[in-house]
Design a protein around this ligand. Sequence first.
Ligand SMILES: Cc1cc2nc3c(=O)[nH]c(=O)nc-3n(C[C@H](O)[C@H](O)[C@H](O)COP(=O)(O)OP(=O)(O)OC[C@H]3O[C@@H](n4cnc5c(N)ncnc54)[C@H](O)[C@@H]3O)c2cc1C
Length: 521
Amino acid sequence: MLDQLGLAETLAQQCFACRQTVNYDKDGNESPGRGWSFMENMKDTMWSFALVLRQKYQEEIFRRALKKEGVELEAPWELKSIEVLQDVNAGGYKVLASLTNPSTGAKRTVKCRYLIGADGGRSSVRQMMNIPFDGSSSPDKWVRVDGVIETNLPKPRTYCAIESPTHGNVLWAALDHGATRIGYAFTAERQKAYEVFDEEAAVKEAIASVKPFSLKFKQVDWWTLYVVGQRIARNFFVNDCIFLAGDACHTHSSGAAQGMNTGMHDAVNLGWKLSLVLQGLAVPDLLHTYESERLPNVHKLINYDKDISRLMTMQLPENWQGDPNADMNEVLGQVMAEAATFSSGLGIYYEPDTYLNLAQSSNICSVRPGERAPDVSLQKPATFEPTRLQTATPNIAEFYIVVFAGDAALTKPLLSAFTSSVPQSHWLFDSKYPVSWLSIFDGPGGPSAYETLGGMPFGRVFYDADHSAHERYGVRPDNGAILVLRPDGWVGTVIELGLGGKAALEKYFQRFLVLDAEPKL
Ligand SMILES: Cc1cc2nc3c(=O)[nH]c(=O)nc-3n(C[C@H](O)[C@H](O)[C@H](O)COP(=O)(O)OP(=O)(O)OC[C@H]3O[C@@H](n4cnc5c(N)ncnc54)[C@H](O)[C@@H]3O)c2cc1C
């Protein structure tokens, strides 16, 4: 997602790209196949590693990118109250937000069409809108300490788990800028030893948690002690104008490192929808899909997190049906492996519906509407430079109609039927609408895309020189297929190549695009 937003490269410049994991048992012996080992099996992406970069560095990169777009964070201003104007229709200026600047005492009222509560786990927006935050906190406390260390642990620059008999499944994570994070469960038993739990105590317990290995902090950058719990807001969108995103609508442990990731999924899901509605290019109803898509995925995350956080503190999952004497570290590895594609984000999908993730055909493509479109290698025409589908489809609040043209010699009749009918829908080619085209030919590139096709191809042309793109998408070279990719990179619909393609495209877009739109922004 961040790649398609043009942010990933800058993150990669500063990150620790972690490709190696290791698991040690309580005696310090390596025990392969447990702990974080699932991270070594991430496939189907260029980004097949954990991009580790602490949040303060990431936020700086995001702020700089926002500034380039003319957006600046006015952090001193605090939201004090919200009034929703009930007599204003959905999509109108329904919100009055009262703000105060605590350092100057200045007050301001902002009238707006939408308000996003991205204001963290104690969200004042959630509280002002009386949205229940369902869930509970556990008695478990976890500690995280970041710093520069010395150790005799054999593989310190990895994502590592240590099966401690006293501190749960200990996290040892190589971080950016040469730092390391140690994370451990701080049990009620060990809490008794401390009247005050300060940095010195956090470090002392960290040293105890990684035994039998040695650990010395040359520098402590940051530490925290926090209570683990799982909560989810009952609604992510209320009154047709107020959204919740990030920790404001879901909090959980940091066990699977998913908090910020999930917040980013929220933001990426909502961003393009809001952009199109604000520009007058999509109907306000589209915004309801934010909750219907994100809420079930957050429920899934919360369920995984309940199991993972219990196992990390050496308790079997609630309602555990298996062997009561099961090895909890082994079960933890299994649960994390099961959640792997969800945690990497590549397996996050939205249920097919009758609106945005529209199933219109079967057996012509193995990737379904509602699934993330896999990244594939492509070849540019003329220079034959390698590129990728995600590079060719940046997230700029625009849909991409991707014509998998198959082997043009075999699909010529289908292509001709499609190319002769679809230009009648002029708006599909009008740059004022958020739709653009790509054509991918199966096979190595020739001197001229026009000649390969026997006419002008749609949009930018790419070649699938080694057939891997058609294979990954399960598209037959003699059949082809048309995929509509949503701006966020998920598949919107899959359509048969041929005469019916025009009607199927119209059917899809007419549900939410405003086709007589005059863009407002
Ligand atoms: C120890 C630890 C480790 C973690 N590790 C990971 C990890 O490895 N990977 C991962 O993905 N996530 C991780 N997370 C989770 C991640 O930090 C959070 O999910 C993320 O910070 C949430 O971002 P947010 O923007 O939703 O909320 P926040 O970061 O809490 O930001 C909310 C902002 O809103 C502001 N605000 C609040 N109220 C108001 C108001 N009334 N008016 C104006 N502004 C207001 C706050 O000042 C704050 O700046 C970890 C969390 C912890 C505690």
